[in-house]
Design a protein around this ligand. Structure first.
Ligand SMILES: *Cc1c(COP(=O)(O)O)cnc(C)c1O
Length: 219
């Protein structure tokens, strides 16, 4: 299927209230343009310089989402225009984003990336540390970022029960954290090409889909 056909198929399949993020990392701008021409406006990238290079040449009404691990010294590449940083995973990064946002005179929306699997390789905030930071009012000291919800990944496995348990856990984290934020804490970003139908069962409001739309990535 073409990029356009995949996007149309997904759009037909996703329930109302579930947003489609097209994960375009490692794919050329021509592929993003094809998705754009099919009506797609939200794109996810994992590397700040790549995101910036694509943003410079593609239409202005694209919503750029940062979904990969972000180093503090690279925030500057995306701070002026990024729509949502989904990979906020530490206090240090939160402080640095707040500072860059202030320099640009904007408030940057972020998701709290929670590490819930046993896999060391996965990024994300240790949940107990995150909860402690939230409870002590950590984000109240950072007025230039606005926390919109939670992002997470399930374990990379064929075992469906494990994947279900992971999504259940992310849903519970989001519910627990919600009491410390306002109505704007409305996003639960979970589900990728291989597991998004399950994520939707557990209340995902945004699925991040790459290879199903664009094919395999060439690293
Ligand atoms: C790459 C990536 C995706 C998309 O993965 P696919 O399996 O290609 O759909 C989603 N979320 C994050 C955080 C990613 O890094």
């Amino acid at each position: 299927m073409s990029i356009k056909q995949e996007i149309e198929r997904l759009r037909g399949e996703l329930p109302e209230g579930v947003k489609l993020l097209a994960v375009s990392k490692f794919h050329p701008v021509e592929a993003l343009q094809e998705a754009y021409d099919a009506g797609q406006r939200a794109f996810g990238e994992s590397r700040p310089q790549e995101l910036k290079a694509k943003q410079a040449v593609l239409p202005d009404d694209i919503e750029w989402h940062m979904i990969g691990h972000l180093q503090t010294n690279k925030i500057k590449y995306i701070a002026p225009y990024v729509h949502l940083i989904e990979s906020l995973d530490s206090e240090r990064l939160a402080e640095a984003i707040d500072k860059e946002a202030a320099k640009c005179g904007r408030t940057i929306d972020c998701l709290l990336e929670v590490h819930i699997t046993a896999e060391e390789s996965k990024s994300g905030w240790d949940y107990a540390e995150l909860l402690a930071f939230v409870r002590e009012g950590g984000f109240e000291r950072l007025p230039n970022i606005r926390i919109r919800g939670v992002m997470g990944m399930a374990t990379f496995t064929d075992d469906e029960a494990t994947v279900r348990a992971d999504f259940e856990r992310l849903k519970a984290c989001k519910a627990e954290l919600a009491q410390y934020f306002g109505d704007e804490f409305d996003t639960l970003s979970m589900g990728m090409s291989d597991d998004y139908p399950i994520a939707i069962e557990y209340g995902s409001t945004e699925v991040r889909i790459g290879s199903t739309i664009f094919g395999a990535r060439e690293y």
